[in-house]
Design a protein around this ligand. Structure first.
Ligand code: HEC
Length: 111
């Protein structure tokens, strides 16, 4: 009798242990589900337009000649920062791919 109580106790703690182990990945997949449709348009307006719409400190406006440079170095500079351009425009939550699609959006956007 005592032994079976012990076993069910172990079983229960195993359940909790696996919950604890899997919950970080659960939280991650939930986070992805919260923003399933990343929109470069919206992200640009939220994180980049404050400088880039107005040419603040020389920030190139969308559609500027400067975006005719090759996309890889534009994206690299946007991620790492360049001159007065802060790394990821202070929006550190943006992934590399998200920064890339915003830069592509800026390249093709009309002023
Ligand atoms: C605080 C103001 C500010 C914010 C916010 C900002 N930028 Fe910039 N950005 C600049 C400035 C200033 C430059 C010009 C830097 C220089 O002098 O070379 C620049 C330049 C760039 C360039 C050109 C890089 C190159 O290689 O010529 C890209 C691409 C860029 N920003 C993307 C972004 C993106 C994407 C965001 C939003 C996630 C963003 N920026 C947010 C100020 C800003």
């Amino acid at each position: 009798m005592k032994q079976s109580q012990y076993i069910s106790g172990v079983g229960l703690s195993l359940v909790f242990l696996s919950l604890a182990l899997f919950s970080p990945s659960l939280a991650q997949s939930l986070q992805k589900e919260v923003s399933p449709n990343f929109s470069a348009d919206t992200a640009y307006k939220k994180s980049c337009s404050s400088c880039h719409d107005h040419g603040v400190m020389g920030a190139p406006k969308p559609g500027d000649q400067r975006f005719s440079k090759d996309i890889d170095s534009l994206v690299k500079n946007a991620i790492k920062g360049i001159g007065n351009m802060p790394a990821r425009g202070h929006a550190s939550f943006l992934s590399d791919d998200e920064v890339r699609s915003i830069v592509e959006y800026m390249e093709h956007a009309q002023e």
